[in-house]
Design a protein around this ligand. Sequence first.
Ligand code: ATR
Length: 273
Amino acid sequence: MTDRYAVLGNPIGHSKSPLIHSLFAQATGQDISYTAIETPLDRFNETVLGFRAGGGLGLNVSLPFKLQAFEIATEPSERARLAGAANCLKFDGERILADNFDGVGLVNDLQNNLGCLLAGKRVLLLGAGGATRGALLPIAAQRPALLAVANRTADKAHALQRDFAAHAQLNSGGFDDLAGQAFDVVINATSTGLTQEPLPLPAGVFAPGAIAYEMVYGKGLTPFLRQAQSTGVSTVADGVGMLVEQAAEAFAWWRGVRPESGPVIQRLTVPLD
Ligand code: ATR
């Protein structure tokens, strides 16, 4: 019998997850179906429980439901608990297991696909919302020399520093506090990749040889990536690899088989120009 999975979101029409998982299933010979379900904003729990009652085995959860996905879980992973958000659910009888693969997807993309090992690097995350929360622990686990969070609203970055104090040593502040500092890896985890707004980054934030990484995918050269290029950064990347790598983690968690991510990333990549 075909095992059923889906992604929930609102809106969800743009989601590449059904394509990614069907490519993984073909490549690994797994008999699954994977659909996208546009979920009414006030019906997240009913949709999850209805999908499970219909025999569904697992769900990916997209915006704006990642906090609710964490809340509905009976057994969240530690990284989901710290992020306060989950992007993946697995059903096992009455148990609802939750994990958050966004951060590990980002780290795998940086390290395995882009050749950027984080150990000993100076890493800067821009933004202090859910995307940053999900990324912090997996990045810290690689032992960067420095891990900093800068946010438009500095207080939110300070709050993150406090929340993660037992698990990761962070620097936090506003964009102004970045003056005079240079980083090897600069990751845009704000929503400006979607809104195409520029960020007020001080000159010199990119160290020589730095990589600039935009978490959003498929938007071409965003203002952040353009800004990086204009200051001489030659390695710029969007989040297509992160998207596919988090999907590979979910697939392996659900199916016990690890798909190859490279061919799927190649297929989904939109040139950055
Ligand atoms: P997500 O879950 O995608 O991280 P979020 O929790 O709404 O979304 O967080 C959005 C992030 O983008 C926040 O860090 C936000 O900064 P504030 O905390 O100051 O609101 C950041 N952001 C959104 N628009 C921005 C802009 N025009 N310039 C700088 N940062 C922006």
